[in-house]
Design a protein around this ligand. Structure first.
Ligand SMILES: Cc1cc2nc3c(=O)[nH]c(=O)nc-3n(C[C@H](O)[C@H](O)[C@H](O)COP(=O)(O)OP(=O)(O)OC[C@H]3O[C@@H](n4cnc5c(N)ncnc54)[C@H](O)[C@@H]3O)c2cc1C
Length: 242
């Protein structure tokens, strides 16, 4: 019997009642619908986290198993993983939602984004609000909690350019941490999270975004070409209003 199988109680699905919400733990789950390659992968157990307190509750309940080398695996949108046919681990799926405005001035806004928010939807939301900084990172697949892992980047912008801090749970010590951008040790498509897989679970990511659109980096490759075409089209429309 594997360590992870110690979670395998009588039922296929079980719940832990905690103060915040019912935590769902499912056993022997095929993750085919949870990774974009649709690879069949049967995991020992899957824990769906819809708020941070549930992680405390889960870890408290299974502290002994975790100390006895229970394998944990963090899975978000599943766009950047190649899963094996059998995953001998408990899969933690951060699905917390929410975008919170934490500060606002004439020049910038600070937001905290929960890990389960879809990344591209977040970018669209910020642009629609007139908050700039993330726009070059549009259309990158995945969820927000995974974005710091490889310091996602595109068209001359990297996540670290706007990131203020990350709230993350250190799984081996079962403690919450506030990591600044420097603490995250970002590098090109790299971070402390990528170098130590399944050690941290990122629950929220905080950004400072500009209210002045001149901060948009439009001088990079294809972005410059599109921006130029758009400016020319605007000029034509202004010269010849229909
Ligand atoms: C078609 C395509 C285009 C892409 N384009 C780009 C691009 O332009 N730029 C770029 O940088 N990347 C790109 N990527 C890579 C991918 O979008 C990113 O790596 C993205 O952040 C993965 O998000 P996800 O939610 O799918 O993570 P997953 O695939 O679920 O997980 C990826 C890794 O992060 C870990 N992880 C996930 N969530 C957390 C969390 N909350 N806390 C701790 N660890 C976690 C997982 O354990 C795993 O190791 C592309 C991928 C695809 C398939």
């Amino acid at each position: 019997m594997t360590q992870a199988a110690r979670l395998d109680l009588d039922a296929q699905t079980m719940t832990i009642n905690d103060s915040s919400a019912t935590l769902l733990v499912s056993n022997s789950v095929d993750l085919a619908h949870s990774n974009t390659m649709a690879l069949s992968c049967v995991a020992d157990s899957v824990v769906t986290l819809t708020n941070e307190a549930q992680l405390d509750d889960f870890m408290a309940t299974y502290a002994e198993d975790v100390e006895h080398q229970l394998s944990l695996f963090v899975l978000s949108g599943g766009s950047n993983v190649l899963l094996p046919a059998a995953l001998n681990a408990v899969v933690l799926q951060p699905k917390m939602r929410g975008i919170h405005l934490t500060a606002q001035t004439d020049d910038y806004v600070d937001i905290e984004v929960m890990a389960g928010e879809n990344w591209h939807d977040l970018v669209v939301h910020t642009v629609n609000q007139g908050w700039y900084g993330l726009e070059n990172l549009a259309l990158i697949p995945g969820l927000t909690g995974a974005a710091p892992v490889q310091n996602i980047g595109a068209y001359g912008v990297q996540l670290e350019d706007c990131l203020q801090y990350v709230r993350a749970y250190h799984l081996p010590t079962q403690t919450w941490h506030h990591l600044s951008a420097a603490d995250c040790q970002f590098d090109y498509r790299d971070s402390i999270f990528k170098r130590t897989p399944n050690t941290w679970l990122i629950s929220r990511v905080a950004f400072r975004l500009h209210t002045d659109p001149t901060h948009i980096l439009a001088s990079y490759g294809d972005v410059q070409t599109v921006a130029q075409r758009y400016a020319e089209q605007q000029e034509r429309e202004q010269a010849n209003p229909s």
